[in-house]
Design a binder for this molecule. Sequence first.
Ligand SMILES: NC(=O)c1ccc[n+]([C@@H]2O[C@H](COP(=O)([O-])OP(=O)(O)OC[C@H]3O[C@@H](n4cnc5c(N)ncnc54)[C@H](OP(=O)(O)O)[C@@H]3O)[C@@H](O)[C@H]2O)c1
Length: 266
Amino acid sequence: MTNAVPPKVQTILITGATGAIGSALATTYAQNGIRLVLHGRRSETLAAVAERCRARGALVDTSGVELTDDTALAEWLTQISRQHLPDIAILNAGQNAHPVGAGYLEPEDDVTSLVDINLRVPIAMAQQLVPGMRARGSGQLVFISSLAGWHGLPGTPTYSATKAGIKAYGEALRGLLAPVGIGVSVIMPGYVTSPMCNAMPGPKPFEMPAHKAASLIQRGIAGNKARISFPFPLNFGTWWLAVLPAAIAQHLIRLLGFGRIERDTK
Ligand SMILES: NC(=O)c1ccc[n+]([C@@H]2O[C@H](COP(=O)([O-])OP(=O)(O)OC[C@H]3O[C@@H](n4cnc5c(N)ncnc54)[C@H](OP(=O)(O)O)[C@@H]3O)[C@@H](O)[C@H]2O)c1
């Protein structure tokens, strides 16, 4: 008789699991031996994603806790960390907003909620998750930036700022946490078909379906890549915006149509 050790169940936490990329990631990871902790605000959509993942063999827990409520967030993460400390935490929930017209800023409420969910919440989640991961000596944090994080775009000023911010934070944490066994990856997608992407004004070159983006992200996370940016042509083009002299970068942005604000209130 052998005393076979049951295979370890890997726990993966995904916020924004009701969205295009989050739900595609959940489905991509769902299989036997995987426990998914899925977060989303739209309960019916979340239940449907969870059912799809269970049908593929995954164990699934769901939550709709208010991520921007520091106390509720801390209680939730303390509870799940006690039960099943995540092996991978994909901090994917995010929003976008646009200026209402050329020369006008984004609505102030949108700015506040964007900074909250795109930047402050993933940092707060790292604060909560790192102590447990450090004590265990393993874990991986995944932050969702954007190719808009390479250079600010006139059509999405606050979004660009939050995505540049979370990119810098993830890059910094990678070096800080590697010595204690915690991996950190920053994801920089281009245009991925989703309600958020559909609502964006301007050109969307090399737009790709969410399931394709999810496969690229999963592969990159498995290799603990520091940066997972795609698609290649758009990544290469937008990377130049960050390294070229500012005047040339600004000129290119105008030339490529990323400076066009389509709805004008005047
Ligand atoms: N699609 C793109 O082209 C693209 C490109 C680069 C980066 N990204 C990034 O990828 C991530 C996922 O975006 P997506 O394209 O999948 O967009 P999406 O389909 O609109 O999904 C956004 C997700 O974020 C959640 N969310 C938004 N605000 C929230 C809040 N205040 N509290 C809790 N959850 C909140 C939504 O939850 P509910 O549905 O429950 O409201 C939804 O699950 C975002 O961080 C986005 O910035 C997307």
